[in-house]
Design a protein around this ligand. Structure first.
Ligand code: GLY
Length: 385
């Protein structure tokens, strides 16, 4: 009896100290996020140089992420100050919902205006998110059944280019279908996912980053990379966008071909993970001299948490375990807390924004921070269950 009581007591003490440790971790990240928000001060961050944020004049795919991180941290801590700050970010984007130069409307408006609408029910956020979705919808090319990635609407340059990243923006179209009931958004999202699957996913379930179509005939002209090591290699973040994006498409359409694609892409990825489970920046590269892209790990982890929910049996366990392992590894060795510089202004370090251009090399950048927060949220919810 005494042994049993001692065991129960020790278990309670151990679990309390674990909980305290988790709370400390969350508090430290929350403080860093607030510090970052103060530094950003209404500007659009791009990536850090020596740990310090560099800014950009124009709204781009990064512009919704800090607001999104604040909402996610609010969800974890219920600290109203975070919500107040997040809503300022959503408000600052209201006038940009009509921009016509990017496919990244989901990256910008899902974490901010859609989220703000869900939190507050205020029409202004819904209106902005619906307009953003309309601008994305307008980028659909009916000759090739794809959403063009880059360039101003109506411009000729790169009119036929798609990238695997767009899979993540489809969620805005699916959401719009759900709230408006207008089938056209669903159809375009479904069609783009089918085109991406056919053109950008290889037989072994690795992926191309960019596909160039003839915008008039819809014929494939070239398969290539933009941010990966080579045309035939697999860019780590691109493959993560694929895992997460096809998971979302399955969740929304229930078409099992998307589930199978997400699972096989995840399996391909898992086989390429190094010992600490954080990927090198391209899945065809490895070794001591090759940089990691912690942001690819964060996107993958967040996507795997969702994929685990949609998969059955052993596969579900496998994806959940990897999602946890990657998140733990990021938490232990890839945040500002592990840095040997005292200048870090981001959350997740050792990410790469754009290797060929030398932008944000082994630094922080907004997508890395945001998807790290997403993975962290899912991780803490799971282990606190
Ligand atoms: N969506 C652009 C990137 O992943 O860098």
């Amino acid at each position: 009896m005494r042994i049993l009581l001692t065991f129960v007591l020790l278990s309670i003490i151990w679990s309390c100290s674990l909980q305290k440790n988790r709370n400390n971790q969350i508090e430290q990240i929350k403080d860093q996020l607030i510090k970052k928000d103060d530094i950003i001060d209404g500007r659009w961050p791009e990536y850090t140089v020596e740990g310090k944020w560099k800014f950009r004049k124009k709204v781009n795919w990064f512009s919704g992420f800090t607001g999104g991180e604040l909402f996610l941290m609010y969800e974890l801590t219920k600290d109203e100050e975070l919500k107040r700050r997040a809503l300022i970010h959503a408000d600052s984007l209201l006038n940009y919902a009509g921009i016509d130069y990017t496919h990244d409307m989901g990256f910008i408006f899902l974490p901010t205006c859609v989220r703000a609408y869900n939190e507050t029910g205020e029409e202004k956020y819904k209106k902005a998110a619906l307009l953003a979705a309309e601008m994305l919808y307008k980028r659909f090319n009916t000759n090739g059944n794809f959403i063009r990635a880059w360039g101003k609407l109506g411009s000729e340059k790169k009119a036929g280019w798609i990238i695997i990243d767009t899979m993540m923006n489809l969620e805005l179209l699916f959401w719009t279908y759900e709230v408006s009931g207008d089938q056209k958004y669903y159809d375009v999202a479904l069609s783009h996912a089918q085109t991406t699957l056919k053109a950008a996913i290889r037989k072994d379930y690795s992926s191309y980053h960019v596909i160039e179509f003839d915008p008039e005939t819809g014929e494939v002209l070239k398969k290539r990379t933009h941010q990966g090591f080579g045309d035939e290699s697999t860019w780590a973040r691109g493959q993560a966008w694929g895992v997460y994006g096809f998971t979302n498409s399955f969740k929304r359409t229930q078409d099992s071909v998307f589930l199978e694609t997400a699972q096989k892409m995840a399996d391909y990825y898992i086989n390429k993970l190094p010992e600490d489970n954080v990927p090198f920046w391209d899945l065809d590269l490895a070794g001591e001299d090759v940089l990691k892209d912690a942001s690819a790990g964060a996107v993958l982890a967040s996507g795997l948490f969702d994929l685990a929910e949609l998969s059955n049996g052993l596969l579900s366990d496998k994806y959940r375990n990897y999602a946890k392992k990657i998140t733990q590894s990021l938490l232990e060795n890839y945040t500002f807390k592990s840095s040997n510089r005292d200048t870090e202004q981001g959350l997740l370090i050792h990410a790469i924004y754009h290797h060929h251009k030398g932008w944000g090399m082994d630094e922080s950048y907004p997508a890395g921070d945001y998807f790290f927060m997403e993975a962290l949220n899912k991780y803490f919810k799971l282990i606190n269950k």
